[in-house]
Design a protein around this ligand. Sequence first.
Ligand code: AHG
Ligand code: MN
Ligand code: MN
Ligand code: MN
Length: 321
Amino acid sequence: KVNSEIQTDIVTLTRYLTETQHSIGTAATGDFTYYIRRATLINLVGLAGSENKTGDEQKKLDVIGNEIFVNSMKSSGKVKVLVSEEEEEALVFQGAGKYAVVCDPIDGSSNLDAGVSVGTIFGIFRLDDDAEGKAEDVLLPGTELVAAGFTMYGASANLVLTVKGGNVDGFTLDNALGEFILTHPNMRMPKSRSIYSVNEGNSRYWDDACKEYFNTIKEKGEKPYSARYIGSMVADAYRTLCYGGIFAYPADRKSPKGKLRILYECAPMAMVMEQAGGQAVDSNMKRMLEVIPTHIHDRSGIFMGSYDEIETVKKIFAKYQ
Ligand code: AHG
Ligand code: MN
Ligand code: MN
Ligand code: MN
């Protein structure tokens, strides 16, 4: 008797993209996982000695990860405009590409040398047929994204993908096959969960609404919330997606516009959160997906996660507006 536990109908990312007729995919190759897992062995740890447009020191892997991403978008033939955290200007590719891609090649790179999970965030816009291909083409609200997602290179390499109006689906890299396998179809975030994730070291810079919210969840109610902050948004967001709770990087006195960047960090993550049943808002409690950047590297405060947790944030912030 054949073991009925054995999965014989495996959905790989390639099959998923073919069956769902999503033309947005480019084959996943595992290049990122390879370099990140071997970084310590092949002298890829440490700084590259340069800074990017948003003032971050670049790690060697930020630079290499960016090159891998740029090259694969360029060679896909489907991309006309590419915005990357590590590129000061938008890149424009000649050819028939109809899409604009925004990306954070390595999110959480300050954690790299300690072997903590990092990942890649991406968003995809469909350009107008007559778009010339310039930075302004992507100064759009997240509601215009046709697809978004992120990968997380942790104990396993995970890929989370969502297409406009669709489910959030989770894949896991099978190293032996070199393919992402659909392991978490239709991810739904729990409506509430007592976990909070924020860099509390910044609390002295927070405004009163923010202070009240985080005090409330710790001091009031039946029992305090658990604190979980990795410092790689992809990892904090993946946990929030799986377990529920709230992740925040608020705008504060030190970073009045927040830290995370709208196009390639906040908007793609907000799309994933919403399509998994959660919510994402900025520090003015505006729906994150409706925030329109004026420059490609603009930042925003963000609160995202379980539906009910964000409702509580909104209620408390409303008292101060
Ligand atoms: P990146 O590594 O792409 O520059 O992004 C870093 C971001 C994000 O991953 C994380 O949530 C946040 O910075 C952590 O910032 P703090 O160290 O200020 O908490
Ligand atoms: Mn950075
Ligand atoms: Mn990032
Ligand atoms: Mn980055």
